[in-house]
Design a protein around this ligand. Structure first.
Ligand SMILES: *Cc1c(COP(=O)(O)O)cnc(C)c1O
Length: 383
């Protein structure tokens, strides 16, 4: 099976993890801060907080923005469930804004209309999670203007997007958001096995997220309610979690960063080749935003004829092509249906779901693998 995505591990990666295993610290040592500093420097953000998954990063991001019961979080229906679940973890209500069918990202026109209606109704969201679907940035400048106008806080779910650019600057610099989140799951651009990171330029948000990942505990005497009882002293200031990243995970992530540019270059090269190889098939290849560069986490094709969708998908899987579908619209999941959502709520997301197939794209994919994928796809569509 040619997988749609997979990690690429080198001997250097293995040595970096082994070195940690032979060192004094398996957790709460020097490597996590090194990984944080490296990612912050790479993207140009003031602060980075490493956690054990992007899901945890989204959770502490929402908590740091004071999202809670009675509040509202909006996101795109075409995303992994974690982009919405983070609101539910905080006891907030979740709603969705439909996608732009061209970009697969939250539609700025729909967002503007919904925000204006919500402002009139007195039910604005506290937080919007803007997802970088497939590694391509949403129109963050416009979304940030809308959020500012209505006093809404903004999180970028850039789980797909380390290494991407938007308007000539790295995604993750938080120029248009309060917090940006990356994932280091093995199918993403670089991996720490499990792992995620929250970036921000706001020192207070950064300190709060760092505290929330470790039980809400501080050793900073300036934050304590009274002078420390002694050198052993710490205080739990609020309810936090154990969302810490291990030293082994950070070592793997840090070592993978050495090859981030090469990984992205290969993904871009493969995407360009797919564009050309698929040009004559009855499908649409991904759109590219002018002035931005995708990290190409996913290469999603959309079939012209949705009635051929399932048979095409099945034929590819049967032919050893590990295609996937990103994503089942979140509002159609049983959990969200129980909250009142259902078919017809977000038509563009549902039309996308009826046509989309993620075909293999990862840094370890060879030209031969790619030719095999294209031949299988041509055959399936001709059948
Ligand atoms: C992968 C992913 C997540 C969750 O990442 P984990 O690190 O597995 O928790 C969240 N949002 C999106 C868009 C993702 O693709």
């Amino acid at each position: 099976m040619i997988p749609y995505g997979r990690q690429l591990i080198s001997d250097d990666d293995i040595e970096a993890v082994e070195a940690v295993l032979r060192s004094d610290y398996l957790t709460q040592g020097p490597v996590v801060p090194r990984f944080e500093a490296a990612v912050a420097a790479l993207v140009g953000a003031a602060q980075a907080v490493a956690v054990n998954s992007a899901t945890s990063a989204l959770h502490v991001a929402c908590l740091a923005l004071d999202l809670g019961p009675g509040d509202l979080l909006w996101t795109s229906p075409v995303t992994f469930v974690a982009s919405a679940n983070c609101g539910r973890y905080c006891g907030a209500d979740v709603d969705f804004v439909d996608i732009d069918p061209q970009t697969f990202n939250i539609c700025p026109d729909a967002l503007q209309a919904r925000l204006e209606a919500a402002a009139r109704a007195g039910r604005l969201p506290k937080v919007i999670v803007a997802v970088h679907m497939c590694g391509q940035s949403p129109d963050m400048a416009r979304i940030a203007r809308l959020a500012r106008t209505h006093g809404v806080r903004l999180i970028e779910d850039a789980s797909h997007s380390i290494g991407a650019d938007y308007r000539g600057a790295p995604v993750g610099n938080c120029a248009h958001s309060d917090i940006t989140v990356f994932s280091f799951h093995p199918v993403k651009i670089i991996t720490s096995a499990e792992g995620g990171m929250a970036l921000t330029n706001d020192a207070e948000l950064g300190a709060r997220m760092a505290r929330l990942r470790s039980h809400g505990i501080t050793r900073d005497k300036d934050l304590m309610t009274h002078a420390p009882d002694g050198p052993w002293y710490y205080q739990q200031l609020e309810l936090g979690w154990n969302y810490r990243m291990t030293e082994m995970q950070a070592a793997l992530g840090l070592s993978q960063m050495e090859r981030l540019d090469a990984f992205i270059a290969r993904r871009r090269d493969l995407a360009r080749r797919y564009d050309a190889m698929l040009a004559d098939l009855p499908l649409r290849v991904p759109w590219r935003m002018p002035g931005a560069q995708s990290s190409w986490h996913l290469y999603v094709i959309r079939l012209d004829d949705p009635t051929r969708h399932r048979a095409t998908f099945e034929a590819l899987r049967a032919g050893g092509i590990g295609v996937n579908l990103h994503y089942i619209p979140v509002h159609l999941q049983p959990y969200y249906r129980r909250l009142g959502f259902g078919p017809g709520d977000f038509p563009a997301a549902e039309d996308y779901y009826a046509r989309a197939i993620s075909i293999p794209l990862h840094a370890g994919l060879t030209d031969d693998d790619q030719a095999t994928v294209v031949a299988a796809l041509s055959g399936a569509l001709a059948a």
